[in-house]
Design a protein around this ligand. Structure first.
Ligand code: GAL
Length: 686
């Protein structure tokens, strides 16, 4: 099976009234008495939808071809009676031990050639025909049995595909990879040309000679590595599509999705290219204890999710009520943080708040992961906040279906570009591909400016500012679209490490940043990395610029652009560092170095002025404000991340307090308010 060129999507039919609230429910871990208690507590907490069945395969198909649905039938019935909708998962994330015993060949093989053992999560290779047969059989059986059940409102294919089987290097994968390469490149000569196999004399005589980039002593060909990343993403997408199409046969009316893991990127699979195949997009988001700006990281992930499809709400399918168990030192959430995190996702476009998981496990790999019902039970901060959140989501239910106010700033990101940057040897090996996107997003976040974090092939016509942050790989067509945005009047900013390679991962020769050189009017001659702990300073001409930068610099000739700032110290003292050029009705800026955050903040201020973009929401330190827009009203989310109360001069009906605030609203430290506002005339809906 291959991936259809024109994806088919269902119309967006939201499965319940209002916002969905709940989490993964794994009743097979508990005795039937506990299920009844679960239902009581779910009702108390205001749960409206749960994801059922993610890890249920081994409990349902207890031996090859023998099924026992008694427990699942009973749980489905209990949920139905309680009025709780089911997002029914296929259980393929976790194949049973009997299957791995019988067919150990389905278990993935690592790059080093280690054939993994049974018992892992997603312990299967997407290229294994044996795996596919068993997976399709269980999906078919489940879909047939439950598709018409009135409690089942949507479908959840597997779980976090790629989170455990991102790459498999076995022989079945190698054969599948060769088929994929034949389709992509057509002839072996074209492949040799695309991959530059003349280097080291590694020319292939036929497709049959190609292997995945398995372990070898020296660096692999970056073009081979990038194609293997693409292939691995496609192999998993093929698996998703096979499950989805089978479910559709039984359940033609319900939306089908799978949960993504969109964070800072690049991700395990290419979600931007998966998105058009999803009826609704769903994400799992977990904050990292070590991230000093957790709320901005959450916002970045949510803005990426919305950027995958700005025309529909998306779903937060999983996050945590408190600590996770897989970071080196796991952090519990402060009082109120659970509510703030949840509403931050809703503010940025999610129509659901779901958690992993409903009841904390006492055994198994995730026994120390937080849950909606913690080990302590009901008498706990977590369960009290879970109930409080249920009340809040019910109170703001009318937000469901509204769309986040149209952003005027786009930040371009692409997993392929990140994978290309990570493939093979590079001038700098400690620079994460997404660092620049995060840094420019942070500057906007701190100023209350909403940005859509979008793939480079997005229609850019609605944006006034386009930021191209270290977009290492870009196609000719996407580079042209960025140039067209500038010509049309947008302010475009391109940073170092953008447009360096083409889609085959080959360097665009003739001066950096290859794909954007003409638009920017610059000629980059050589990279000069800045060693760890060192900084360079920049000086501006009459613009009060005295900025510091690190990590990266570049010898740039401002051939057809004006210099905004020069390097003042370091190997490049005296040469251009930041340039600007008028392009059509817009501007094109080039930043050849990694400014520190203060410098980026100031630079972003200049871009906003140049483009006439202002915050459309109140701005204050520690305040996150985002607006969602519906036909007759808009909803202003005000999240106070600071330790002091914040008052904003602005009126609206407070959906949580149930009262009108005609002129000003105070948000207590750590609290959230959601104001319903009358729609102002002329406001743009996407
Ligand atoms: C997710 C996964 C869940 C659970 C969770 C723990 O990635 O989908 O099943 O393992 O992580 O944080």
């Amino acid at each position: 099976m291959s991936i259809p060129a024109v994806p088919t999507r269902r119309p967006f039919v939201w499965p319940i009234r209002g916002l969905a609230y709940g989490g993964d429910y794994n009743p097979e871990q508990w005795a039937p008495e506990v299920w009844r208690d679960d239902i009581r507590l779910m009702r108390e907490a205001g749960v409206t939808m749960i994801t059922l069945g993610v890890f249920s395969w081994g409990s349902i198909e207890t031996a090859d071809g023998s099924y026992d649905f008694s427990a699942l039938d009973e749980v489905v019935g209990l949920l139905y009676e309680a009025g709780i909708a089911i997002d029914l998962a296929t259980p393929t994330a976790s194949p049973p031990i009997w299957l791995q015993q019988k067919h150990p060949e389905i278990v993935p093989t690592s790059r080093e050639g280690v054939h993994y053992s049974q018992g892992g999560r997603l312990g299967w290779c997407p290229s294994s025909p044996v795996w596919r047969e068993y997976a399709m059989r269980i999906v078919d059986v489940i879909a047939e049995r439950y598709a018409q059940h009135p409690a089942v409102r949507m479908w959840h294919v597997s779980n976090e595909l790629g989170g455990g089987n991102r790459h498999c290097y076995c022989d079945a994968s190698a054969a599948h990879f060769r088929r994929w390469l034949t389709e992509r490149h057509g002839t072996i000569d074209r492949l040799n040309q695309a991959w530059g196999t003349a280097f080291w004399g590694h020319r292939y005589g036929s497709f049959a000679e190609i292997l995945p980039p398995r372990d070898s002593e020296s660096a692999p060909n970056p073009a081979l590595v990038l194609d293997f990343d693409r292939f691995s993403s496609d192999a998993l997408l093929e698996h998703f599509l096979a499950e989805r199409d089978l479910i559709r046969l039984h359940s033609p009316e319900h939306m089908i999705t799978t949960n993504f893991m969109v964070a800072q990127g690049p991700d395990v699979v290419d979600y931007a290219r998966w998105a058009p195949h999803m009826d609704v997009l769903a994400n799992d988001h977990y904050s990292l204890a070590a991230d000093p700006q957790r709320e901005q990281e959450l916002a970045f992930s949510a803005d990426r999710m919305r950027g995958l499809d700005t025309g529909r709400p998306w779903m937060l399918m999983e996050h945590s009520t408190s600590a996770v168990n897989w970071q080196s030192v796991n952090r519990s959430k402060d009082p109120g943080e659970l509510v703030r995190n949840s509403l931050a996702h809703v503010a940025r476009g999610s129509d659901s708040v779901m958690f992993f998981q409903w009841r904390a496990s006492t055994a198994g790999a995730e026994q120390f992961h937080s849950a909606m019902v913690p080990h302590a039970g009901e008498r706990s901060k977590v369960f009290r906040e879970v109930c409080e959140l249920g009340g809040i989501l019910a109170a703001i239910g009318e937000v469901a279906g509204s769309l986040v106010e149209a952003a005027r700033v786009a930040i371009l990101v692409d997993d392929e570009a990140g994978w290309a940057w990570r493939s093979g040897e590079k001038p700098h090996h400690d620079l994460p591909p997404s660092h620049a996107a995060r840094e420019y997003h942070r500057a906007l976040f701190n100023r209350g400016i909403l940005s859509d974090v979008v793939p480079p092939w997005t229609d850019l016509s609605r944006y006034d500012i386009v930021i191209v942050p270290a977009l290492f790989l870009v196609s000719d067509a996407d580079a042209r679209s960025v140039a067209a945005a500038a010509a049309r009047g947008a302010v475009v900013l391109v940073t170092y490490l953008s447009g360096i390679v083409d889609e085959t991962n080959r360097v665009r020769a003739g001066g950096y940043p290859g794909a954007f050189r003409d638009m920017l009017g610059v000629f980059g001659e050589e990279f000069f990395t800045v060693q760890d702990g060192e900084t360079v300073t920049l000086r501006g001409d009459g613009e009060g610029i005295s900025w510091r930068a690190n990590t990266w610099s570049e010898k740039v000739h401002a051939d057809e652009s004006e210099t905004v700032a020069w390097y003042e110290t370091g190997q490049l003292a005296g040469s251009s560092a930041i340039t600007r050029r008028e392009v059509g009705d817009g501007q094109a800026w080039y930043v050849s170095t990694r400014l520190d955050q203060d410098g980026i903040d100031e630079l972003v201020g200049r871009l906003l002025n140049a483009a006439g973009v202002h915050a459309s929401v109140p701005v204050a330190p520690g305040l996150e404000a985002v607006r969602r827009v519906a036909d007759t009203h808009s909803y202003l989310f005000l999240l106070n991340h600071s330790a002091a109360s914040i008052t904003v001069e602005l009126g609206g009906f407070d959906l949580l307090g149930g009262e009108e605030h005609p002129h000003s609203v105070t948000i207590a430290a750590g609290a959230v308010r959601v104001l319903r506002e009358s729609r102002r005339s002329g406001e743009a809906l996407r």
